[in-house]
Design a protein around this ligand. Structure first.
Ligand code: ZN
Length: 273
């Protein structure tokens, strides 16, 4: 699943590749998907988009937001670029055929958002609308006092995973990027927030900032693919690629287990529960 770093990378690739190009035809919901969300009737997307020019793209949480004149496309799913005459994917939830013969397609993974709405309005997607309202961890506005403002009376009882990756506290930070953030902070995903010392909380805050920034600067994680279908250049420390291998810091073998509806990866040497 793409998360905040990959959305930022893909948005910049859209800007460098198709911004300024006119949409010839839009096809939404060609392959119906149980967990694909649209704004209103996907059959109306062509009327909303055809003939209009692709504007600026930006990453908003885990969503790629693309301005299209009076409309906004907010795509929470991987997006692929297709050159002229390159075959389009057999299945997709959104396809934009462009006037120069190139195309963009977007395909849901486990789920996907393919919102198209008038500029200035809300998308109706909790994830995207929250991300529009909150400072991105990639920006200076996400500072230690903002991080502290995310704490409330219930926070001490939450695990570190629940605190960072649920309830849209930090939109776009999901169960993927989470693993390396917690490893960098030397905090176990099950660790209760109330048990973290001031120094550990500071390490957690700094890890949120530095790890997400590194993932973005290096083109996204190596477990995800970019606009051109290439894996990102950020080598994940903890992911499906590294489970069972030695920890680069201490040499312990990296583990995977199920926790809170998703796998967690940990180093038994660096992260104590
Ligand atoms: Zn370790």
């Amino acid at each position: 699943m793409i998360e905040l770093p990959e959305a930022a990378v893909i948005a910049e690739q859209v800007n460098a590749t198709v911004t300024g190009t006119r949409i010839a035809r839009a096809v939404a919901n060609a392959s119906p998907h149980r967990f694909a969300w649209y704004t209103g009737d996907p059959a109306a997307y062509n009327d909303h988009l055809a003939g209009k020019t692709i504007g600026r793209a930006s990453g908003v949480g885990a969503t790629v937001e693309i301005e299209v004149e009076d409309r906004v496309l907010a795509i929470g799913a991987p997006i692929r670029y297709h050159a002229q005459r390159e075959p389009r994917p057999a299945k997709h939830q959104l396809l934009l055929e462009l006037a120069d013969g190139t195309a963009l397609s977007a395909t849901a993974q486990m789920w996907g958002g393919f919102f198209c709405f008038p500029r200035g309005e809300k998308a109706g997607s909790i994830e995207y609308d929250c991300a529009k309202d909150r400072p991105s961890p990639l920006l200076d506005a996400f500072d230690r006092s903002y991080f502290d403002s995310l704490f409330d009376a219930g926070t001490p009882k939450l695990s570190a995973k629940a605190f960072l990756a649920t309830e849209q506290r930090i939109p776009g930070l999901g169960n993927g990027a989470l693993q390396d953030i917690l490893w960098t902070a030397r905090a176990h995903p099950k660790r209760k927030m109330g048990t973290l010392s001031d120094a550990e909380l500071d390490a957690l805050f700094r890890a949120v900032k530095t790890v997400l920034a590194a993932m973005m600067e290096q083109g996204g994680r190596d477990t995800e693919r970019d606009l051109f279908g290439d894996p990102g250049g950020y080598a994940t420390v903890l992911s499906k690629h590294t489970v069972g291998k030695p920890c680069p810091a201490c040499g312990s073998l990296l583990r995977k287990e199920a926790y809170m509806g998703g796998g967690i990866y940990t180093c038994p040497g660096c992260q104590k529960a």
